[in-house]
Design a binder for this molecule. Structure first.
Ligand SMILES: [Zn+2]
Length: 230
């Protein structure tokens, strides 16, 4: 088909109508985060005054590693050992879903103990509810680390001096959640939104810590919350 002037004119007309509709929606809808269209386009800062919960998450490995070890699995020597623990049901695989994204992991495997999976889903559920109450719908966080094998810790120590030879990640009951990156059903996720999401996630983890469900540490070097099932 030949593309002539009338086609171009028609195309421009369609583009202008679409632009007109978008601008009208943006200008005339109620500026309220409860309105899903308004919330989707909103660039306003969420009014959310709360204590800095992330700073309160400061459990030290030395204080809980013995207890975490008792509740976790035996250290996996190699990949075969890890697969065996999955087939025995001691570890369960974790896949990306509607509330979190499992990142590609270089030094660990996307599996944790059954109890840890329940805790992870509880964190995700409470976080999602908290965010949606403020007009941020469809939020997801990134899980950056889960269960490590013995040799993973050795390799990791070359990059991260904090990686402990006694890391709870070896016992299958620890996972790391990034507090820097999030996904939400929004046109643009502003820095303000991200700050709110970091605080909201910190608060949810703090609540679960207060309920004796976990130990948790705000890992500034890794930009993540390190959570261990209790
Ligand atoms: Zn960790």
């Amino acid at each position: 088909m030949k593309f002539n002037k009338s086609h171009l004119f028609f195309l421009l007309k369609i583009i202008s109508v679409v632009l007109f509709v978008i601008i009208s929606i943006f200008l005339f809808i109620k500026r309220d985060r409860k309105n899903p269209i308004s919330a989707y386009f909103s660039t306003r800062c969420i009014d959310y005054r709360q204590k800095d919960f992330s700073r309160k998450l400061n459990d030290r490995i030395v204080d809980y590693s013995a207890a975490a070890k008792l509740r976790g699995i035996g250290i996996c020597k190699d990949a075969d050992d890890l697969k065996k623990k999955i087939s025995e049901g001691k570890l369960v695989k974790v896949k990306s879903g509607s509330r979190y994204i499992v990142e590609k992991m270089s030094f660990s495997y996307p599996c944790i103990t059954g109890d840890s999976k329940i805790l992870l889903d509880e964190i995700a559920g409470r976080f999602s509810l908290k965010a949606s109450q403020k007009g941020l719908n469809g939020v997801k966080f990134y899980i950056t680390s889960m269960t490590r094998k013995a040799d993973n810790v050795k390799s990791l120590r070359k990059f991260n001096g904090n990686a402990s030879a006694n890391s709870p990640h070896l016992y299958g009951n620890a996972f790391d959640i990034s507090y820097k990156r999030f996904v939400a059903r929004k046109w643009v996720l502003t820095n303000c939104d991200k700050r709110f999401l970091k605080d909201a996630l910190g608060e949810v983890i703090w609540q679960l810590r207060s309920e004796n469900k976990c130990w948790a540490t705000h890992e500034k070097m890794q930009n993540c919350y390190h959570v261990v099932t209790r």
